[in-house]
Design a protein around this ligand. Sequence first.
Ligand code: ASP
Ligand code: MG
Length: 405
Amino acid sequence: MLIVQKFGGSSVADPERIKRVARRVVEGRKAGNDMVVTVSAMGDTTDDLIALMKKITDNPTGREIDMLLSTGEQVSISLLSMAIKDLGCDVVSLTGGQVGIKTNEVHTKAKIVDIDSKRMRDELDRGRILVVAGFQGVNENKDITTLGRGGSDTTAVALAVALKADMCEIYTDVDGIYTADPRLVKDASKLKEVSYDEMLELASLGAQVLHPRSVELAKLYKVTMHVRSSFNNKPGTIVKEVGKMEKEVMVSGVAHDYNVAKIGLFDVPDKPGIAYRIFNALAQKNIDVDMIIQSSMRNNLNDISFTITRDDLRKALTVVEEIQPEIGFAGYTHDEDVAKVSIVGAGMVSHPGVAAMMFEALAEAGVNIDMITTSEIKVSCVVDDKDVEKAVKSIHNKFKLNEIN
Ligand code: ASP
Ligand code: MG
């Protein structure tokens, strides 16, 4: 078998942990598998590098940010390779550029466009274990790019796709995917398996375990992912295509996300092309807009509010200021003290009343709902960020998610 394994920052946070990862990789090798391992930067290295950068400048270019942040993963691939070598296996560490991960030009949020797997094939044919730097690639100019925070998961799946791996194991510091964040909800249960679509929603909605783009890629190429702990041998959660049989379970999980900010535009002229101009201006600056709500028109004027990540708030406000004269809305507000709470479940479509049950849970917890959006498999509400814990607990109880398996 060809196995791709990914170890997150906490799994390689110190020398002991790196040695433990090395033992696990070597075990897989000795069992007769071809092993391709990708790692994140040690512990909080990436955050530390960002803090360091902020002491130098408020205005770094994307190119230099990527040059800096990509070093974290280089530290971990070299150390892990040394540890594997000491256990008697042939191994080689490789950067994203060396394994042929080609990305587009968008520094700090680059997307993988192609992987030339020749070098990896050659090294595997020589019987080597490959240790590949996660989170990075190179663009057409051979400049180093990074894939966005948490991007090593995406590296792992992309490698699995390029090499047609039999399995993609994501090792992390939790035992798998839970029905809610176990730090918030003590009796949250671990899901044995979850569909790509549900996982995609859970990941995008703030379950920090997997990078959403990795799940998207896995879904597209039907890569089975196994999310499990690097600290024990328990089976984790399998992410795969789940049969389209009628799902008994209405809701598989409650997710929450604090990285949300809201912007409201008042008295926006009601005529064709306005939404296009507003959201195109934001898209031009690579700002991802999540929820959009337009209130009903009176006197040919609408209110439009939308959410973005808190990290993008400053940038978005600059855009709003720029377009205000041209579009001619009366004013705007913003709010950073909000968060998003969501329920996800493939069985929701066939069970009417699921959204109402969620609202009931929020009402019982005394939580005010600010915005609502729904799709076939999710309902999301924006609430005050100080209400998140109450909200998640109450919803988890309402749907009896502690008894899910
Ligand atoms: N080291 C990068 C980060 O912290 C990538 C990753 O961990 O996946 O975001
Ligand atoms: Mg990380």
